[in-house]
Ligand binder design. Sequence first.
Ligand code: MSP
Length: 644
Amino acid sequence: MESKNKFYVTTPIYYVTAAPHLGSLYSTVLADTVSRWNKVLGKKTFLLTGTDEHGQKIALAAEKAGKDPKMFVDGFIDAYKTVWKQYDINYNHFIRTTDKHHVTAVQNWIRMLQEKGDIYKSSYEGWYCTPDEAFILDPGSTGEKKGSNPLCPDCGREATWVSEECYFFKLSKYQDRLLEFYKKNPNFISPKERMREVVSFVESGLKDLSISRTTVSWGIPFPDDEKHVAYVWADALNNYITAIGYGDTKKEAEFNYWWPADLHILGKDIVRFHAVYWPAFLMASGLEFPKKLLVHGWLTVDKQKMSKSLGNVIDPAVLAEKYGSDQIRYYLLRQLAITQDGDFGIKDLEQRINAELANDLGNLLNRMVTLVEKNKIEIVRSPKIWDESVFKLRSDCKTMIEQFCFYMDDYKFHMALSEVWKFINSVNSFFHSQEPWKLAKQEHGEPFMQVMSATAHSLRAIATVLWPVMPNKMSQLFESLGIMFEPGKQMLDELNKWDQNFMLKKLKETLFKKFEPSEKNSNVASEQKQLAHKDDYIKIDDLAKITLAVGTIELAESLDGSDKLIKMKVNCGQFGIRQILAGIKKFYSPEELVGKQGVFVLNLKPRKMMGVESQGMMLTAQDKEGKPLLITVPGQVPNGTTLR
Ligand code: MSP
């Protein structure tokens, strides 16, 4: 009964505790590829991404950074948008859960459920996993504990005890209706195994869900009861509807056009929220369910889980700079079977770029264009009648397009790409077997033209299906074929006609650059360090911006109320007497410091600590035991002497 020719696809919205990493990039590249593929199919598309900015996890991270949560999250938004731009993520909207419209819409949504009787007030006692922002349903099942606290059965991190008044959503009421829905829609979740897990979870009995917190203040205030803030998942899941106009009377038509979502893309760790809570929320709201959930596996890096402590959290910006964003997009989709966990490795990446992109595809284009140029052919015309030698290639091309569509329909990107490479190999074999460099010497040149035309038609088909995966590189390929590419023209049928004339053009730079294989033992972490290092340099002018000078500590005393800080009066010669605070009380008594000459940064913006202003910073270096040793000059120099 599908009448709308549209496709609405979403990524999860990311917790903003840092800049995006490779895992966030993966979900987003998948969504962008799906959206672009639907454009090729002639559909109108909407791609939604954004950030999940409330909740305890963010509040704690902000506190650790000494920042107000809103300022803390604001600090990462540019990094997200810059990386998405770098990777050609063509999103239609970037939602932030702190956006005013989202906040109001969520509050109205809560009000509506309260009026309907689906929300009631009670209290919750139990374990909570802050990194997952999840109430732990069965702590007993893990069997593992740290001290007296159980570990989260999903992520293995330590849970905390929560006991608070809260509002509950009547999830249990929807249990039977959810089961009925799963039964009628067995393809709701891809892959199917995830569906089985969800069904057995719901069958085991749904308890009502706490949807507010009183021990967290960073969230959407509950309407008419501001002691409570909305539980972060009740806030976040709604982004999928608020972003397209839910709750805004002026945008009703827009909302009705895009909703229901055609595809939510998400990682395997957040299936329960999307497959159980979200449909229940929608049912309670009288809204349709999304059509499908695509659940992807997790990326490991050099066979290890990405983590800050292992130093292998990959910065997509650094990676794109060295290898190119399209190459990374290709690798993510080609290397990983979407529904399983998969590994990201530098050697594999380089191998795929060199063998598949540079050799198989890039060289094919280059050889064809070079031959055409050498023989001074301006237009490669398609023959009126194709020779038998081309029949097999045409049929391979048709099969490739059909198979590609088949796998893309099922979101098996790696299989779809493997079909394209099978065809690229056929084109290469055809090209070689025809020996066009010999044909070029023949008088009438028709056989030569035919080989060139067949190759160009094949490359046109390849570029069309690969455009959703490598939009930038494939646009260059189209340019080299002399074709204007406009997705949305339902061009797949056209591809089998083979009646196009091409004005080939050599690209200024080769399509895919090859990479010298990295050192034997190199891994993503070491590679990244090297790459990042390149950007670590500062210019001499940057150094000149810092005023480093010698000063003598003339007075020192403990700062009242602080167990760390010592307040000093430092004679900095030409820079005057400065009041400087240093967190060294554990290691030095004030008396020890008086009379010492040290090195100070004198043009840092003055800053207040415990209400007292510090007008500079003392330089220290930690010894093995962690004691900060004062940096001094080897002999006496006049106070105020600057360092060079
Ligand atoms: N904020 C929630 C989602 C709310 S959606 C309404 C959240 N955020 S997250 O930042 O922790 O994760 C976002 C997505 O990134 C999830 O789908 C998660 O699976 C994915 N990934 C995080 N690390 C990943 C890998 N190492 N590999 C692949 N994807 C991973 O959950």
